[in-house]
Write a protein that binds this ligand. Structure first.
Ligand code: ATP
Ligand code: MG
Length: 260
């Protein structure tokens, strides 16, 4: 689904020296795979996501989306973003927030309302259709963001620390929601997170990045069974994977602290 090759990105400052955010990143993601991306602050995770989503151009490197689709290869790949700050529209109701993407895609009103309702029910927000985002809790808003991303049936979901602003317990609930939604839909997902637990809980793969300039340091296949629940965090295999990831990450976090 995604073949990114030799991606580099330098930001040229006006006064400040230029910053090389990414250097020579190779990343291939199979269709229907959930990839967790973890790395020290400032290593270029958001930049990589923005490049893959077409919001930013790489300085060099190539990106091929949905290769090998044969006749469909020219079809545009639909991407949906979920950000930490929800980026919901405060002036639209919960229902209209979810239906917005469908409206942009020209889906008829009755159909988009029905689909939006269905997704709100799937994330546990049935009954809140006529509320406004500010009337929801942080966890509810995050579930609303998930509904909004899934409703358009995207080929690829790019999530940048979507649970970063939630308190620890709400975060566990939304993580469970996301596991369930993913297991039902099997979308291609790239999730940026700072939590090793979250990366492992959700991912089929965990990609660890180096300190800036970001490169892929470790690409680990996560052979934990599905369907997954929080219970796996207590399993021995989980603990071993966690130790392995921290071992790779630790030096990079230390190095990134020296950089700043
Ligand atoms: N638009 C921009 N202009 C200039 N520099 C930028 C820009 N966007 C990002 N950078 C720089 O690129 C580097 C990588 O930033 P990025 O936001 O991708 O990191 P990150 O891994 O997402 O960090 P965090 O975990 O803190 O979110 C940083 O040094 C940042 O200062
Ligand atoms: Mg970021």
């Amino acid at each position: 689904m995604i073949v990114a090759h030799g991606i580099s990105k330098a930001f040229v400052g006006r006064k400040a020296a230029s910053v090389v955010a990414l250097r020579n990143v190779d990343l291939c993601v199979d269709r229907g795979t959930f990839v967790s991306l973890i790395g020290p602050s400032g290593c270029g995770k958001s930049t990589l996501l923005r490049i893959l989503g077409g919001l930013e151009r790489p300085s060099s490197g190539t990106i091929d989306m949905a290769p090998g689709r044969g006749a469909d290869a020219t079809e545009t790949v639909k991407t949906a973003f979920v950000f930490q700050d929800h980026s919901l529209f405060p002036w639209l109701t919960v229902l209209d927030n979810v239906a917005f993407g469908l409206r942009m895609a020209g889906v008829p009103k009755a159909v988009r309302r029905e689909r939006a309702r269905m997704w709100l029910a799937r994330v546990g927000l049935a009954g809140f259709e006529r509320h406004y985002p500010e009337e929801l809790s942080g966890g509810m808003r995050q579930r609303l963001s998930l509904a909004r991303a899934f409703v358009t049936d995207p080929d690829i979901l790019l999530m940048d620390e979507p649970m970063g602003s939630l308190d620890a317990q709400t975060r566990l609930l939304v993580q469970e929601d996301l596991i369930r939604l993913w297991e039902e839909t099997r979308k291609t997902v790239l999730l940026v997170t700072h939590s090793i637990d979250e990366a492992l809980l959700l991912g089929d793969r965990v990609v660890v990045m180096t300190a800036r300039p970001g490169q892929v340091k470790l690409d680990l296949r996560i052979e934990l069974g599905r369907p997954r629940t929080m219970a796996i965090t207590g399993e021995r295999a989980f603990g071993e994977l966690k130790a392995k990831i921290w071992e790779a990450l630790r030096d990079e976090v230390e190095r990134s602290l020296e950089l700043t």
